[in-house]
Design a protein around this ligand. Sequence first.
Ligand code: AVI
Length: 340
Amino acid sequence: MNAPLHPLGLGLSAASPQFINCHGEFLPGQAPSATQELAAGLAAAAASVSPKYFYNTLGSQLFEAITRLDEYYPTRTEAGIFDEAHSEMAGAMTGAGITRACLIDLGAGNCAKAARLIPHLQPRQYVPVDISVDFLRDAAGQVQGLFPALDIVGVGMDFSSGLVLPPEVQAHDRVFFYPGSSLGNFSPAQALTFLQHMSDPAQGKARGLLLGIDLVKDTSTLEAAYDDALGVTAAFNLNLLRHVNRLLGTDFDVRQWRHVALFNEVESRIEMHLQAQADLTVRWPQGERRFQKGERIHTESSYKYTVAGMSALLQQAGFTQTRCWTDPKGWFAVFWASVD
Ligand code: AVI
């Protein structure tokens, strides 16, 4: 790994990262909004659970395993783009007048992507944000070990509903880092709102955005990426039921459900579902839901974009697209977009 950003002695803190936990709602018994959301999703005619509930500690570990699968091309393809173009990306940032960046890593997970970019982008502050608090706390500590003098503020929060960050996060020169095609887990309308929140002076206050997004390609490549031969993605999907059992008190039996992944060409999205293997009833303290054999719970959509489509969305959201990089196969894209 590369040398620390700032030599010690420049007045920057060498302490462990600060950590701010902005959500208690994922603790059992203290989770009014999570329980209401989960119960409403399960009771709906077309049952659904938000993909944010994949990410308990085991879920984050399973996702990390997914990123190493042969079939799951997005992570390594995006890494190849960053390796090729990091100097140009750093140049785009300084070209936009951003010299003391606060790099806000949304859905940071194990922070590995940012750790590879930090030596090139040279941020003044690094802010990993993730819903999976314990996993993030460990990861932020590891990044601090790699870059002892870097100012790191870890933030545990569910940023899907807003981007008001704690006051410890530097307000100027904010650059959002949103890799891994996580924006694709929002619908296009939600993605637009989320991008608008980033650039909103009352919320994200972004000056720039480095965004990784998966592109439309042949159906068999897409479906294999979400239904791998080892069954890791199936375990990731099924683990959501264990997490919901813990949060809502449901009595899901994981063995009665099956992982389903398909590409919906009309919507341009991969859909993941959990399909009941028998007629069954799921019960929780304030309710119950009967499922017939074959009935599904929609757990995730992963939208696939074209370069033109994402460019238009960024512009609609108030960003000025300055650059886009893709891999030789045109499977994945990284955008730099700035706010004037
Ligand atoms: C986090 N997100 C971008 C992943 C994706 O590809 O939509 C989540 C995932 N679901 C199954 N495999 C990976």
